[in-house]
Design a protein around this ligand. Structure first.
Ligand code: CP
Length: 318
């Protein structure tokens, strides 16, 4: 007899979702199982578990995928959503970060989704507001919902994460995605490799317990997944790469280098991509090998699961 058991909303140990570091493996699985259920029902009506809630997107850095998918996810679950454009806000008149957050808090949102260029900002704000906080990317630190959507994409493609060999390639030093994915995919049993020039590795690389490669073909050898990262020039000092052309020759993914990965290796990229810098267009647009558009789709399902996990205890307390 087969049963269609709908996974319950995930239970988090904290009121906030600030990062993957420290998250239990059980919570990771709960979030992914619930997100996978939403992924199966993305074009259908689902229970309005966020009905009556107010979600505020507060982005101090540019975003397309994350901001829009949080809005779509919240609306699919019945929430009211407000998007604060920092460019059009009183931040431009000199209002501090904390004054901005406490001003929004006075309007009683349930969840603040925060992106900021400074690492630790969501954690800081969590001590100044009543709302639950979701980290939508803080500096070089973490991007937890990106890692969760990456894990969901992989799990739905391969059926498992444990035992996969995953190369994360490029600008590791400035990447919050690399850090969150190391905690999440590594925590779920994948072998993670970082492939990067030494100038684009963080000083703390030795503490992370990850295999490091400086040669692209050696680093991606026999890997099931090759995840490319953008050169995050907005966080660079300018001396990290000689030129984009030379960088592409050494660390850009093209068909020739990809031959060294596992025969059916899949390509991932969190976006936005810089075509011809870290990835060749032929690879990025290869529908047989590229999971890049699937990652965007899984972003909505993942953020539904995360918003719901934070709002369920708030709704019960209302
Ligand atoms: N991957 C990601 O965070 O993309 P956006 O900057 O477009 O949100």
């Amino acid at each position: 007899m087969t049963t269609n058991i709908i996974p319950a909303p995930a239970t988090l140990s904290s009121k906030h979702l600030l990062g993957i570091e420290g998250m239990s493996v059980m919570t990771m699985h709960q979030l992914l199982d619930r997100a996978s259920y939403f992924a199966d029902h993305l074009t259908q009506d689902v229970e309005q578990t966020l009905k009556g809630s107010t979600i505020v997107n507060l982005f101090f850095e540019n975003s397309t995928r994350t901001r829009v998918s949080f809005e779509v996810a919240a609306k699919k679950l019945g929430a009211s959503v407000l998007n604060i454009s920092v460019a059009g806000s009183s931040v431009k008149k000199g209002e501090t970060l904390i004054d901005t957050a406490t001003t929004l808090n006075a309007m009683h949102p349930d969840i603040l989704v925060v992106r900021h260029h400074a690492a630790g900002t969501p954690y800081l704000l969590s001590h100044h507001v009543d709302a639950a906080i979701i980290n939508a990317g803080d500096g070089r630190r973490e991007h937890p919902t990106q890692a969760l959507l990456d894990a969901l994409t992989i799990k739905r493609k391969f059926g498992h994460i444990e035992g996969l060999r995953i190369a994360i390639c490029g600008d590791i030093a400035n990447s919050r995605v690399a850090r969150s994915n190391l905690y999440l995919l590594g925590g779920l049993g994948a072998e993670i490799r970082f492939v990067s020039p030494s100038t684009l590795l963080p000083p703390s690389i030795g503490d992370l317990g990850v295999g490091v490669y400086h040669d692209m073909r050696e680093g991606i050898k026999d890997c099931d997944i090759v995840m490319m990262l953008r050169l995050q020039t907005e966080r660079m000092e300018g001396r990290e790469t000689p030129s984009q052309h030379e960088y592409f020759n050494l660390f850009g993914l093209d068909s020739e280098k990809l031959q060294d990965a596992a025969p059916n290796a899949m390509i991932m990229h969190p976006g936005p991509m810089n075509r011809g810098v870290e990835i060749d267009s032929l690879i990025a647009d290869d529908h047989e090998r590229s999971l890049i558009q699937k990652q965007v789709e899984m972003g909505v399902a993942t953020r539904m699961a995360c918003l719901e996990a934070l709002y369920t205890p708030l709704a019960q307390a209302k």
